[in-house]
Design a protein around this ligand. Structure first.
Ligand SMILES: O=C(O)C(=O)Cc1ccc(O)cc1
Ligand SMILES: [Fe+2]
Length: 386
């Protein structure tokens, strides 16, 4: 079955102000638009943007399925959302039949579209999780740069600079208690395999991170063709947390963030910050901690390079000597639409396949601080207004 799946193709956004989101992706995150439809106003605009090997499609939200190509419309009440992870597959009709036999719902049955450059077959499958869906494409008979009915946008003299290599992982927020079920669905339907985040992890329980003000259950899965996915649920605990806040808008669950692989996170973060992107800050104590400093320096890095952009490091450091050179660098951008919505992550992996518990704890704390400070600002504004 895995031979039917070729690769993750792109991720689709459905938003109320596509122009604004496109502008942010272009100016802050160095994506460039390369194909579009609906720019003449005859259909809702759909724009494909690229940064290196990463492609996003931004769709203006519409409420009639027939206006939207390669996806189906979200509901009228839907928040701005990132809801479709599209896969390239070998044989759309046969895979869609198999998925229907598994009990999956098709939002769009296998359909063929063509233009002067050839034809593409696709279907849209509803995931078992929230508003998530997957468009399955066979593009082997198509020779232009994106999909039929999209016009090429010439980049002219503008030389794209982005250095994102590919989508490293997609992280889904799940309502409490649902992730084992969701994991099994992805195993059955798309051949993902449980990817333990710790030794001897129980796939029913996943990897639990507990501590003061943190309660998170993670389960990851991997597919040789489609990459990694992470399922995140909150554990009952005090106070706000990013998964529960996300679920206030995406009640049944959804795509919470996407990790973009870059070979040089310092270069990527620096150029994005210069263009106005903002990453979550880490408290200075993260970088001044002597053990952390030893860990950073032991890998040939400088604490100042990390602290400038809020980059987090996880390695197998147990001090005082580094045992191997495997490490993970991550940095998390501020939410793209509203304060507790979808965000982008940059990740550089040096021989490290998993996810870093230390980084997740630090991110959780930083986002809590960010949410608390925006809440305080909002409270101030509203009390001033009274
Ligand atoms: O570490 C990562 O990049 C993950 O994707 C894991 C993760 C999942 C959910 C969170 O709210 C925060 C981190
Ligand atoms: Fe992530």
């Amino acid at each position: 079955m895995t031979s039917l799946l070729i690769r993750l193709s792109h991720i689709t956004f459905q938003v109320s102000n596509a122009q604004k989101v496109i502008k942010d992706l272009v100016t802050k995150y160095q994506f460039y638009p390369f194909a579009a439809r609906g720019l003449d106003g005859k259909s809702p605009c759909q724009v494909a943007l690229r940064n290196g090997g990463v492609v996003f499609m931004v769709n203006q939200k519409t409420f009639t399925d027939s206006d939207m190509l390669y996806d189906s419309a979200v509901t009228l009440q839907s928040p701005d959302t990132v809801c479709n992870v599209s896969f390239e597959v070998e044989d759309v009709p046969s895979l869609s039949r198999r998925l229907v036999d598994e009990g999956c719902q098709l939002l769009v049955s296998p359909t063929e579209l063509h233009d002067d450059f050839g034809s593409v077959t696709f279907c849209v499958v509803k995931s078992i999780l929230g508003n998530v869906r997957h468009t399955l494409f066979d593009c082997t008979r198509y020779r232009n740069n994106f999909l039929p009915e999209f016009q090429t946008i010439e980049s002219g003299d503008h030389i794209p600079v982005g250095n994102m290599s590919y989508i490293d992982h997609v992280t889904y927020a799940c309502p409490r208690g649902t992730s084992p079920h969701v994991l099994r669905w992805y195993e059955r339907c798309f051949g993902f395999k449980h990817f333990p985040l710790s030794k001897a992890e129980d796939p029913e329980r996943g990897f639990e991170i507990r501590g003061p003000q943190i309660g998170l259950r993670l389960m990851a899965a991997d597919s040789p063709a489609l990459g990694k996915m992470v399922l995140a649920e909150s554990l009952p605990q005090e106070g706000n947390n990013q998964v529960d806040l996300f679920l206030q808008h995406h009640k049944q669950g959804g795509i919470q963030h996407v990790g973009l692989f870059t070979p040089d996170i310092f270069k990527a973060a620096e150029s994005m910050v210069q263009q106005g992107a903002r990453f979550t800050n880490q408290p200075p104590t993260y970088y001044s901690d002597p053990r952390k400093q030893q860990e950073i320096r032991g890998l040939g890095l400088e604490p100042e390079m990390l602290s400038r952009f809020g980059i987090l490091l996880d390695s197998s450091f147990t001090g005082p000597e580094i045992h191997n050179n495997r490490y993970l660098l991550q940095v998390f951008a501020e939410p793209l639409f509203s304060k507790d919505s979808f965000y982008l992550e940059l990740i550089e992996r040096q021989d490290a396949e998993g996810f870093g518990e230390g980084n997740i704890r630090a991110l959780w704390r930083a986002l809590k601080d960010f949410l608390d400070s925006t809440n305080q600002k909002e409270e101030k504004i509203s009390s001033n207004a009274v």
